[in-house]
Design a protein around this ligand. Sequence first.
Ligand code: ARG
Length: 250
Amino acid sequence: MKKLSVLLLTVLFVLGAGFSALGQGVLKVATEAGFMPFEYVDAESGELMGFDMDLIRAIGEVLGLEVQIDNISWDGLIPALLNGNYDCLIAGITITPERQGAVDFSEPYFESVLTVVANTGTEISGLEGLAGKTAAVQINTTGDFTASDLADAGELKGVARFDTVADAMQAVLIGVADIVLIDLPVAEAYLAANPQAPLEHAGPVADNEFYGIAVNKNNKALLEQINAALAELKASGTYDQIFQKWFGAN
Ligand code: ARG
């Protein structure tokens, strides 16, 4: 009996390792946790929290993989994935044709849109009347791409690029920039978490965009596993539960 169960365990173990694209049973994930409510460091516990964090942990659970998440710099995410340091990235990353040249994306898991954040009372509304203004953005985000296009078209004076969203917001607060171009749910969470900041948002201001989980182009097996797990989480209602937890309604 004992021998049989040892044999069974061995068979299960070997099968499990074979089915997992990752062998070790670990899903190595990188994020940039300055993007509340998608990913942030909880002030009390120091834990990584947010919609994306819950989603990737749920995906790991479906796949039977232990999820290990590192918080690294935004601009370092895709290079770190391409270096093979991580299996995937989840960081509110918008699926764009340019990025699709470098990495694969899962099926879209969240629909978002850009907005403009400005000092209260500046009468800035949307993308109109920004000529002569400076936009602060997180470098190499869709906010940066849109602001850069506006600046090229002469509809914006300039773009100030920062490593983090917090620094971009700070630039407007201290008056070195006039607006921040940023994902709407993040603007809303920032304003809710910083009620004393004299900022408001005017938007949405661009076309909708979709977030995806980024996977190395040479790892189609993992891409398929992640897509299958996402589909299962949607079918089981778990995705909706996570959505409700962070956004209230679906
Ligand atoms: N959705 C935007 C983009 O992909 C911003 C994402 C920023 N994410 C972050 N974790 N800071 O460009």
